[in-house]
Write a protein that binds this ligand. Structure first.
Ligand code: ADP
Ligand code: YYY
Length: 222
């Protein structure tokens, strides 16, 4: 049985994981898993159903049954397009809170493994290289300074029409990172065998080329 290769890209908010993952997947013609989107969708779905962020049993059931569909660029929840709604910082914070619950992580496990299909998968998140795909032949940990990450997120949210305050955003991102790093289960940290890449002064193109050259040196690019 041939093994389906995986490239994992983990890191804190605004480090450029999502952007790099999409471009690397496109360059290789591989599938993509945005695992953070799953936590965000679950947070939004829980909010819509009035499930409290501490109600672990209901969150787990919802995680396993999440009525979500990925159709190219759009994400549908119960048929409604939620692609933009899940990107707010409020949903990000809720996602980070419920992501600390072991049964929520357990409830989303199978769904994440199911994305591993031929010819390969590029997966981004917090624990892709440490927990979900520990045998991945290439693991990247992408970081950038907190100031640069907040600046990027600010521009991104402003561009999409959200009203954002840079100082609030810096605080929210710091609090979210701290929660993701310090939780006991699947915390945000580089895998022991990860390539650590600081993108603070790198362009998106430089980040993507670096990852592709690491993939080539591991014989992953065919
Ligand atoms: N190296 C980079 N330099 C400048 N801006 C970047 C860089 N990487 C990503 N961005 C921009 O920063 C924002 C956040 O990137 P994103 O990929 O969503 O980060 P993450 O998935 O890690 O939260 C996006 O608007 C993206 O275009
Ligand atoms: N593999 C993952 C992915 C995301 N999470 C949690 C923790 C994160 O703060 C939230 C949102 O993740 P997401 O990757 O969408 O956030 P950013 O785009 O990096 O701001 O979900 C997680 O615990 N494990």
């Amino acid at each position: 049985m041939s093994v389906i290769p995986v490239i994992t890209i983990d890191g804190p908010s605004g480090s450029g994981k999502g952007t790099a993952t999409a471009l690397v997947a496109q360059a290789l013609g591989w599938n993509l898993l945005d695992s953070g989107a799953l936590y965000r969708i679950l947070a939004l779905a829980a909010e819509q159903s009035g499930i409290a962020r501490t109600n672990e049993a209901s969150l787990r059931t919802l995680a396993a049954q999440l009525p979500v569909e990925f159709t190219g660029e759009r994400i549908l929840l119960n048929g409604a397009d939620i692609s933009r709604a899940i990107r707010s910082e409020t949903v990000g914070t809720f996602a980070s809170e419920i992501a600390a619950l072991p049964s929520v992580r357990e409830g989303l496990l199978k769904r994440q493994h199911a994305f591993r299909e031929l010819p390969g998968l590029v997966a981004d998140g917090r624990d892709m290289g440490t927990v979900i795909f520990p045998e991945a032949p290439l693991k990247v940990f992408l970081t950038a300074s907190a100031e640069e990450r907040a600046r990027r997120r600010y521009l991104q949210l402003k561009d999409s029409g959200e009203t954002v305050n840079l100082a609030d955003l810096v605080e929210e991102i710091r609090a979210r990172d701290e929660r993701d790093i310090n939780r006991p289960i699947a915390p945000l940290k580089p895998a022991e065998d990860a390539v650590v890449l600081d993108s603070t002064t790198m362009t998106i193109e430089q980040v993507v080329n670096h990852i592709l050259s690491e993939a080539t040196s591991r014989g992953l690019t065919g």
